[in-house]
Design a binder for this molecule. Sequence first.
Ligand SMILES: *Cc1c(COP(=O)(O)O)cnc(C)c1O
Length: 223
Amino acid sequence: MSHIQEEIRRITASLPATTSLVAVSKYHTESCIEEAYAAGQRIFGESHVQELHRKYAHLPKDIKWHFIGHLQTNKVKYIAPYVDMIHAVDSMKLLTEIDKQAKKCGRVISCLLQLHVALEETKFGFTPDECRTFATEGEWRNLSHVKICGLMCMASNTNDMQQVRTEFHQALELFRELKSGPFAAHPSFRECSWGMSHDYHIAIEEGSTLIRVGSSIFGERTY
Ligand SMILES: *Cc1c(COP(=O)(O)O)cnc(C)c1O
């Protein structure tokens, strides 16, 4: 068995029933994805539109493609026909564009709100307060071709695992608050996308339902 297949099996066997693996295949070849597919993996995460588009064209059609990176509004149209979930929605502008493109394709696209809980400065992601406001103001309720399925976050890039745990916990608390508040009537609001290769064990303890694991499966970038 290849390293890729061993890792897929090892990780999926260790997950609780409520957590799924998103195999992050960005920068890895189609043949790497085919190996993971042969081990039964069906959800793959990509973060570049052109790369995803090429892989989508060549690979089996029962793959669920999750877009996990920052998505520019002008690129939504390329992936709207087939993308299964968009993880990093952080503005009404982006959500509105996804809705518009999904409508053109006759689809409803699952989206997660990206939360910024890490220490690093970044212009991406809602702060917890912004996210609360966004959810409560409820403009998203007017959009019928997107479904907000939960929250996504990345922890600080640190070896301080207590810090990482604190950040995931903060995301989980907000998820629970929104689930029983603005999304109470929306059972599809149920996903917590947190945890990568080095911190997914902690993420699972802090409620993750989607772990996004790349390098521990596929190794370092192959191109
Ligand atoms: C690349 C990436 C991952 C996977 O990271 P690994 O450390 O390789 O597991 C997860 N989430 C996002 C948003 C990424 O860009």
